[in-house]
Design a protein around this ligand. Structure first.
Ligand code: ATP
Length: 354
């Protein structure tokens, strides 16, 4: 196990700065997930930790030792790639044992280590097959097996499940969570998938344009985002943002007509704001702190729950989770209430007003 420390990290490709002055402490044995829009620098950061990409400036420490220029083996890290990166001409057994052979380990010891990894990943019956004879999920297990045998202090995962179908993703996600619990190694994981991030992470690092927007537990990022970007990025369907003003009297007046007094607010002014409210936080009209009338555009029925995609009378789109008995239809008018305690306010600079 090992901690990972990134201090004032810069990464440039020519004149383009992909990562700028980034600081991050990753605790020993933790599960950290990097999320952010395409191109924000998640993979670049992971590859710099792996030693696959040179660090332009700053310091990388693994377990307290400077590792900027160490080769990947010396760092005690192993990476699992999205495309598995298996050797097609080798059997599963040979693929898993490859790095150990390269390191000059004895045959009996390699066999012991490979067998242990196969047991952990439940792929013993596949050991004599070649990658082309495996399903996507089985290939991904072999790729993880290749990382496990090296007994790394830090596992790096670069979107490892994104080539799998939905059902397999769920079961592999659970497998990875179990693996983390069992071996206790530090794990750093890049994904586009909200659910993977929310369910696997001890800490989520939300990135945008080469910088960290917020670091926190999944619960903190969901309930207490620092800014509009994080609030909109975490949660699915995404948070609604409604335009309005915060008055000197401490009341919020929304363009769609709702007026409410946010309960946790200490600021007042006469300023434009956006009020954030998640689709799942709408309630019946009676317990509402605010209410919005909206016209139903589309109803998305997910079986257990329904989402209304509608338009407020201010013209703004609003998504509401609908738990009522009877489904609404396009064209219906609905009054959606929300408790003031769930409303988050953001200023014109996108930062949270608390
Ligand atoms: P995605 O989610 O799409 O994989 P990402 O967040 O992992 O994106 P990176 O792959 O880390 O993003 O890329 C960060 C930025 O650096 C992007 O703007 C990308 O175009 C740029 N970049 C990455 N590799 C290179 C390279 N070898 N040369 C020039 N620019 C690069």
């Amino acid at each position: 196990m090992a901690s990972v420390e990134l201090q004032h990290i810069d990464k440039s490709y020519g004149s383009f700065q992909a990562i700028g002055n980034l600081n991050l402490s990753i605790e020993d044995g933790s599960f950290t997930v990097f999320v952010g829009p395409s191109g924000c620098g998640k993979s670049t950061l992971l590859r710099m930790i792996a030693g696959l990409e040179k660090i332009t400036a700053g310091e990388l420490q693994i377990d307290g030792r400077r590792m900027n220029d160490a080769d990947p083996i010396e760092r005690g890290v192993a990476m699992v790639f999205q495309n598995y990166a298996l050797y097609p001409h080798m059997t599963v057994e040979q693929n898993i044992g490859f790095s150990l052979r390269m390191a000059g380990m004895g045959k009996a010891e390699i066999e012991r280590n490979v067998a242990a990894a196969a047991t952990t990943l439940q792929i013993e019956p596949l050991m004599k097959r070649k990658p082309a004879q495996l399903s996507g999920g089985q290939r991904q297990r072999v790729a993880i097996g290749r990382a496990i045998v090296r007994n790394p202090a830090v596992f790096l995962f670069d979107e490892p499940l994104s080539n799998l179908d939905a059902e397999l993703r769920v079961s592999m996600r659970v497998e990875i969570a179990k693996l983390h619990r069992r071996i206790g190694a530090t794990m750093i994981y890049v994904t586009h998938d909200q659910t993977e991030a929310m369910t696997l992470a001890d800490k989520i690092v939300v990135m945008r344009a080469g910088k960290i927007e917020q670091i926190g537990t999944p619960d903190t990022l969901y309930a207490d985002p620092d800014n509009l970007f994080v609030a909109g990025f975490i949660g699915s369907p995404r948070m609604n943002f409604l335009d309005g003003t915060l008055g000197a009297d401490g009341l919020v007046r929304l363009e769609c007509g709702a007026v409410l007094r946010p309960v946790t607010l200490h600021a007042a002014g006469d300023i434009p704001i956006k009020l954030g409210i998640r689709p799942e936080h709408f309630v019946g009209r009676d317990d509402a702190g605010g209410a919005i009338d909206l016209k139903v555009d589309v109803v998305e029925n997910l079986g257990g729950t329904r989402f209304i995609y509608g338009t407020a009378n201010s013209g703004q789109p609003v998504i509401v989770e609908d738990r009522s008995e009877t489904a609404r239809r396009p064209g219906d008018t609905v009054t959606a209430g929300f408790p003031a305690s769930r409303a988050l306010l953001f200023g014109a600079d996108g930062q949270r007003i608390r």
